[in-house]
Ligand binder design. Structure first.
Ligand code: F6R
Length: 369
């Protein structure tokens, strides 16, 4: 049931504040973060972990890439993110002290299931982040942290992505407490940021109208580039994936710092480039670097659409469009910055008259390797 929305995609994008709030519910209290599901593994086991490998495919892998920045910062433990199908068919180094976290909305993705089985057989501890109660991947794992995004029907993943990041951030804070790398007060600050996300998401969703206009202007665009830095980099990858899936447009996401190492050769007059701009107030250094990237591509004729913090005056002279997002601590920006990119892909799909819920050639759950 689309509940009055024109598509499941539109409905699910709009449900993102609830997806985050429901995934937090019952796991945050005055005394900090509490994830009962992790008792299956035990805090002593978590304290002894020396390395984390996150596996997933597509959007799930990008949620893992975002969380890598947070978990390494908070828990001081190396985190690698690998596509499930690549992990499974090489000879990854796995020990009893390796924790493999799988991410899967459906919990049935065969590539990810095989990676989890492989990791378990090799002696790793396994945790599943999953949105589907009782699915195969959580059953194959030592512990499962469920996201509570509600059923996701549209083939392209949206609300599951923000719910996955929420669950991973909660896990990172739990791990930081267990390992003693953050004080209770520091954990409380980060939890406060997380709890503020649903209201900020509601604000970002209000940018839908301006994104729709943008999509209409760009309906015959042939290629779109996405640039981001730090946690904005995986958001750029996700923005490009959404556009490929929904609007069948060639799209690439790049780390902004990589521009001069090759991708800048793609910039020609009129080339649309979305740039996810870090907060000027909270990450001044990265902000300056990304603004300088914007100047470089603008000088070569790029059409720049900046996703930037509300009131960021530095981007105004160089951007053709600015889509504002509310202020958030740097690690929390992906929750907000991804929304205009989801909306853009959806609106462009609609502007081209495509089926936004069921893009061609794709299945919601990929149960073959
Ligand atoms: C992207 C998308 C896919 C899935 C991927 C993993 O919009 O839908 O990239 O994210 O197939 O699916 P799950 O999370 O079910 O394992």
């Amino acid at each position: 049931d689309k509940g009055g929305w024109s598509s499941f995609m539109a409905k699910e994008v709009s449900e993102q504040p609830d997806a985050v709030a429901n995934t937090l519910r019952g796991r945050v209290s005055d005394s900090g973060v509490h994830i009962p599901e992790l008792e299956a593994l035990g805090d002593d086991v978590l304290a002894g972990i020396t390395r984390i490998v996150v596996v997933g495919c597509g959007t799930a892998a990008y949620a893992g890439l975002v969380a890598k920045y947070a978990i390494e910062k908070w828990a001081g433990i190396p985190v690698e993110v690998e596509l499930s199908h690549e992990f499974r068919y090489r000879d990854p180094v796995i020990t009893r002290e390796t924790l493999v976290i799988s991410i899967s909305q459906s919990g049935e993705t065969m590539d990810t299931l095989m990676a989890v089985k492989y990791a378990g057989d090799a002696g790793a501890r396994t945790i599943s982040i999953c949105n589907t109660q009782g699915a195969t991947i959580p059953r194959e794992s030592d512990a499962a942290i469920y996201t509570h995004a509600g059923p996701e029907v549209a083939v392209a993943s949206t609300k599951a992505f923000v719910a996955q990041m929420t669950a991973l951030y909660l896990f990172g804070l739990h791990l930081a407490r267990v390992r003693g790398t953050l004080t209770n007060d520091e954990v409380a600050v980060e939890l406060g940021e997380l709890e503020a996300i649903p209201a900020k998401l509601t604000t970002v969703l209000e940018t839908g109208g301006s994104v729709r206009q943008l999509a209409h202007w760009m309906a015959d665009t042939r290629a779109v580039l996405f640039l981001g830095r730090h946690v904005g980099f995986p958001v750029a990858l996700e923005g490009a994936l959404k556009l490929k899936e929904l609007a069948y447009i060639h799209a690439e996401g790049f780390a902004a710092g990589e521009l001069k190492h090759g991708p800048i050769a793609l910039i020609e007059p009129g080339q649309p480039v979305f740039v996810i701009v870090p907060s000027p107030s909270r990450s001044a250094l990265l902000h300056a670097k990304v603004v300088s990237n914007i100047q470089e591509i603008r000088a070569r004729g790029a059409r720049v659409i900046a996703i930037a913090e509300q009131g960021d005056a530095a981007v105004l002279p160089f951007a053709d469009e600015v889509i504002p997002i509310p202020l958030a601590a740097p690690l929390f920006e992906p929750f907000l910055a991804v929304v205009p990119l989801q909306l853009f892909a959806m609106e462009l799909s609609l502007a081209k008259g495509l089926d936004v819920d069921q893009p061609r050639n794709l299945a919601k759950s990929v149960t073959v390797e």
